[in-house]
Design a protein around this ligand. Structure first.
Ligand SMILES: *Cc1c(COP(=O)(O)O)cnc(C)c1O
Length: 370
């Protein structure tokens, strides 16, 4: 297999296999039966990956980046009578608030800042004190810090209150286990270019059918109406409006490779291996992680920029890029930091080479950490 020019150690788009890229060499007719079969298979396999049976859940894909799918899910599920509680601890939780501002949907939030997890007891208190809240939104892995939020504990409070639960599992689904049997969410959102290791071009929402059936007329926007997209897909087997055909073909191949790797558990094992080697190696070099070990996700890790006067992120980034690795800037408001992803087509040899490359770059920059 050909080595990529550089590895994307980012939260998506990520490094894909050659065979996934190769799957884009065919031009498909968007109305053709062959293509419809690919779509049908993907939707069905995504439900299986969440252990969601197709009697109770529907997978509705939508053209665009992940945010399009988040916005469409909120626009479709929230009626004018609804009120959303958003658990914010980073940029993606804040983005859900921004979407609600645009949609004119009332919301309240529990904001725990840059990187602290939401406290399930506080969620319970909030739901008890405000009975007008109908729905709760949580980000599964908050990619801006890399924190793995306590989904199960929060979900328990939400279900006990009778509220609906919307999960932004964009950067987690495909690698972190989701079981609709034991965690009966109302909607779970993800996209093609994260842990399933496809290329960018569409997102999707797995939605409880009994909920979606009630959502006709909620959406403010035609192209964002997941109810309409769902109805059309059920009737015709086709996407409403032009689908990203090449992306869909690549995703079909990516899902085969996901299955070959052992599905969610196989992928989680590799990403966990990547994270463990990355974190121990970086700590050995002298870097500190933003989060305590218990909150570190196997998706992406935030490291604090060293206080050394020679450390300059832009230079560090360029030196690494010249040597075959693209890392990611930080997204914290208070602290200088950078992020390194554990997802995509990387494994132990690449992480080991990254670590020795980082040591080399620090030498070049005349930075000694200890
Ligand atoms: C990547 C991501 C999104 C969507 O981002 P896009 O740039 O629109 O694809 C949303 N939420 C989380 C948690 C993410 O990691």
């Amino acid at each position: 297999m050909r080595e990529p020019d550089y590895y994307l150690l980012t939260p998506g788009p990520i490094t894909t296999t050659h065979t996934v890229k190769e799957a884009m060499l065919t031009d498909w007719g968007s109305w053709d039966d062959d293509f419809n079969e690919v779509t049908r298979e993907i939707r069905s396999n995504l439900l299986k990956a969440a252990n969601a049976d197709d009697e109770n859940y529907a997978c509705v894909p939508l053209q665009g980046s992940g945010t399009f799918a988040v916005e469409a899910t909120l626009a479709t599920l929230l009626g004018t009578e609804d009120k959303l509680l958003i658990l914010m601890n980073g940029a993606y939780g804040q983005r859900i608030g921004k979407i609600c501002d645009y949609l004119n949907r009332p919301y309240v939030s529990i904001n725990t800042g840059d990187y602290l997890p939401p406290d399930p007891a506080e969620v319970r208190k909030m739901l008890e004190s405000d009975p007008t809240i109908t729905t709760v939104a949580i980000v599964h892995c908050e990619t801006s810090s890399g924190i793995l939020n306590p989904l199960e504990a929060v979900a328990k409070e939400v279900f006990e209150s009778g509220c609906k639960l919307i999960i932004d599992s964009m950067s987690a689904f495909g690698a972190l286990p989701i079981d609709a049997d034991t965690l009966p969410f109302d909607a779970l959102i993800s996209s093609a270019n994260k842990c399933f290791e496809g290329v960018p071009g569409f997102g999707f929402s797995i939605i409880k059918k009994s909920v979606l059936e009630q959502c006709s007329g909620n959406a403010h926007s035609l192209s964002m109406d997941l109810y309409d997209q769902w109805q059309y897909m059920e009737k015709t087997g086709q996407w409403r409006y032009t689908p990203p055909t090449h992306t869909v073909a690549a995703f079909s191949q990516a899902m085969k490779e996901h299955a070959d790797e052992g599905g969610v558990s196989g992928r989680l094992a590799r990403y966990t291996r990547n994270r463990d080697l990355l974190v121990s190696g970086m700590r050995e070099i002298g870097f500190n992680t933003l989060l305590d070990s218990e909150w570190l996700s196997p998706i992406i890790v935030t490291f604090l920029s060293p206080a050394h006067p020679n450390f300059d992120f832009k230079r560090f980034y360029q030196e690494l890029k010249h040597r075959g690795f693209v890392i990611y800037p930080g997204k914290l408001t208070e602290t200088e930091s950078f992020r390194i992803g554990c997802i995509g087509q990387i494994d132990t040899p690449q992480v080991a080479r990254l670590l020795s490359t980082i040591s080399e770059v620090l030498n070049v920059m005349e930075i000694e950490l200890s």
